[in-house]
Design a protein around this ligand. Structure first.
Ligand code: AMP
Ligand code: FE
Ligand code: FE
Ligand code: ZN
Length: 281
């Protein structure tokens, strides 16, 4: 059994990279991909922990892509076999992190303009190292009593359309696929139902990505029902994509999901990883 999708404190998970690796070892996961959002900063700690625990670490990340209206939902692309020093992707991700930081400054200024007391230093302290985003701001707003829940922080201030929402630079799916390949990696569309497409529209969009070089489709997703997974396998097969799978473990930020087994029913076969490796060029 393997797990090709998980998060640590380097993005929006609540466990340190070494802890996620240790949980994978406990769950007897043979290979783990730690796929923090838009960063590879988790890799040094994760590699060291994986060596100690005897777990195979697949280096990678999860890129939030710019869809520009091509689908109503969101697109996350899982990247595998790209290390923090291989090819052009790491530097591009560092550039995106700088864009994220500029956006955080905009959000904090907008919140200040609305009378909310929050600083960039507080945000840095709340988020720790790695990718810093809106969930950390939401936690600060809850802690300081400006809102009652994380969801209210998004609804009132941080969500798209709210007063403190700002865009940040993102890569298109095609740019992400090209950079991944140029860095020796392969990529798979994470939780494909988040695209907000179904039927022919979903098929058509995945077909476009397959032409652009997409390698895989996350069919075995921790939070999907069996009835949702089966059509995704058929979709992957139609476009010659390797099925991938993982828990999308986020620690306490997504309660009920465990490393390896997801909600208890996940069992991603090792064979998917062999097929992904065969797609590397
Ligand atoms: P960021 O990386 O700063 O754009 O934040 C993205 C994260 O914020 C997502 O992974 C979600 O966890 C959370 N998020 C985004 N939009 C919403 C929303 N409307 N309601 C609740 N959480 C959200
Ligand atoms: Fe996340
Ligand atoms: Fe995701
Ligand atoms: Zn994820």
């Amino acid at each position: 059994m393997i797990d090709l999708h998980s998060h640590s404190t380097m993005s929006d998970g609540t466990d340190a990279p070494a802890r996620v690796v240790a949980l994978a070892a406990e769950a007897q996961v043979a290979a783990l991909a730690l796929t923090d959002h838009d960063t590879l900063d988790h890799l040094p700690e994760a590699h060291a922990a994986a060596d100690r625990a005897g777990v195979r670490l697949v280096p990678g990340c999860e890129i939030s892509c710019e869809l520009g209206g091509r689908a109503p939902g969101s697109m996350h692309l899982l990247v595998f076999f790209v290390d923090d020093h291989t090819g052009p992707l790491p530097e591009k991700l560092a550039e995106l992190q700088r864009g994220r930081n500029e956006r955080n400054v905009q959000i904090v200024s907008a919140l200040n303009a609305h009378g909310i007391d929050v600083t960039m230093d507080e945000l840095a302290a709340e988020a720790g190292p790695g990718s810093v985003g809106r969930p950390s701001l939401a936690r600060i707003l809850v802690r300081k009593g400006y809102v009652a829940t994380i969801q209210e922080a998004f609804d009132r201030w941080l969500a798209k359309g709210a007063p403190a929402y700002f865009e940040r630079p993102r890569l298109t799916p095609e740019e992400s696929i090209e950079l991944t390949h140029a860095s020796g990696g392969v990529c798979s569309v994470a939780h494909p139902l988040s695209l907000g497409l179904e039927g022919d529209a979903l098929d058509g969009f995945i077909a476009e990505l397959a032409v652009a070089g997409l390698d895989g489709l996350e069919c075995e997703y921790g939070a999907y029902e069996p009835a949702e997974r089966a059509p995704l396998h058929a979709l992957a097969a139609r476009h010659d994509l390797v099925p991938t799978g993982g828990s999308d473990y986020h620690g306490d930020n997504k309660p009920g999901l465990c490393v390896g087994v997801g909600r208890g029913d996940l069992c991603v076969p090792d064979e998917y990883l062999d097929r992904l490796e065969a797609r590397r060029r």
